[in-house]
Design a binder for this molecule. Structure first.
Ligand SMILES: NC(=O)c1ccc[n+]([C@@H]2O[C@H](COP(=O)([O-])OP(=O)(O)OC[C@H]3O[C@@H](n4cnc5c(N)ncnc54)[C@H](O)[C@@H]3O)[C@@H](O)[C@H]2O)c1
Length: 308
């Protein structure tokens, strides 16, 4: 922590460093900030990390996943609503402009079958590998995909999933390395979410992927594909939306912007305007995404279908 603090202070020499959020809370009356960013690992949230700041009237940017337990998330959500606080959760993919094209595609072609894959490697922080600290890959990482799905298709009604640890054998590792989850949305759309963290980085960069031809809508590692009787649409999570229409027409919409910066800028503008509705993923909405992935975890564990 001290190394990181020093590095940060070199970038921002006027910044004041603290060893814990309790020290920051105790100094808030001197600091008088407008907002706090909470970027701690999922297991580390406690009764002071969010609620302490909201009660002092601050706006909050909270990194996903905001908790590993819905009881805690509900307490934070209720406090946010009581204070009408401006909040944003780090689902920055919502700000990719090609999602507007994807939404237009959904309205026009009404796809009812969706496949979403995120198969990659381990992110490299020790706590990710431990279930009690991270909640596993769907909760910690692929929650981005589930949030993107909710942004496009609305809320989820039912979840069922299976998961396994097949490929990764190492010490201090107890999460599943692959899972498949079936989600039925309230709208009737059915989605399969495949999640995996077993691809070694070297293989990934060598191009081990499932694309048959780059010009056809075949599955690859990080994408979401929607299919109807007239068209196929594919979101490549970080870069583009492509559509193939039965008439033979195809279009591609690319966004090269840094959606993290757009998410930050939107949050700051919302704080200035004191308007919680300017943000695309306020805590109260992100809460439902968290509920969906934690329900999937419950299904992995119990083998049951979970109704939300
Ligand atoms: N939105 C995104 O795309 C995105 C990208 C990366 C990380 N994240 C999220 O950000 C969070 C942190 O991830 P990371 O990769 O930065 O983790 P990290 O382990 O690299 O850093 C976490 C930091 O939090 C500090 N910390 C831990 N417990 C604390 C506590 N109780 N109080 C204050 N500080 C504490 C640690 O000392 C460390 O400096 C995770 O929830 C992760 O999912 C989101």
């Amino acid at each position: 922590v001290e190394d990181r603090t020093k590095a940060f202070q070199q970038m921002f020499p006027t910044a004041k460093a603290y060893k814990s959020h309790m020290e920051v809370l105790a100094d808030l009356d001197n600091l008088k900030p407008d907002a706090a960013y909470i970027c701690i690992p999922p297991y580390a949230h406690d009764d002071y990390s969010e609620i302490g700041f909201i009660e002092k009237g601050l706006a909050l940017y909270v990194e996903k996943p905001m908790a590993l337990d819905m009881g805690f998330a509900a307490k934070v959500r209720n406090k946010i609503m009581q204070y009408n606080a401006v909040t944003s959760v780090g689902f920055q993919l919502r700000y990719l402009s090609f999602l507007d094209e994807a939404k237009r595609f959904i309205e026009k072609y009404n796809p009812a079958t969706v496949y979403a894959n995120r198969i990659g490697g381990l992110p490299g922080v020790y706590w990710f590998d431990l279930y009690d600290m991270s909640g596993g890959q769907l909760v910690e990482q692929n929650i981005h995909t589930v949030d993107m799905l909710r942004y496009m298709f609305g809320d989820v009604k039912r979840v069922y999933g299976v998961a396994g640890n097949t490929y990764i054998k190492k010490a201090n590792y107890d999460i599943d390395d692959h899972s498949t989850c079936l989600m039925t949305f309230k709208s009737g759309v059915t989605v399969t979410v495949n999640t995996g963290c077993y691809i070694p980085p070297k293989k990934k960069s060598e191009g081990l992927n499932l694309n048959v031809e780059t010009s056809t809508p075949a599955p690859n590692y990080n994408h979401l594909m929607m299919i109807s009787d007239q068209a196929v649409g594919q979101c490549n999570y970080f870069s583009s939306f492509k559509e193939w229409i039965s008439t033979g027409e195809s279009n591609e919409y690319v966004d090269k912007s840094d959606c993290g910066v757009t998410a930050d800028r939107t949050f700051i503008n919302a704080v200035k305007a004191k308007d919680p509705n300017m943000v695309k993923s306020p805590y109260r909405d992100a809460y439902k995404t968290l509920q969906t992935v934690l329900a999937a975890n419950e299904s992995f564990k119990t083998g049951k279908v979970i109704e939300l």
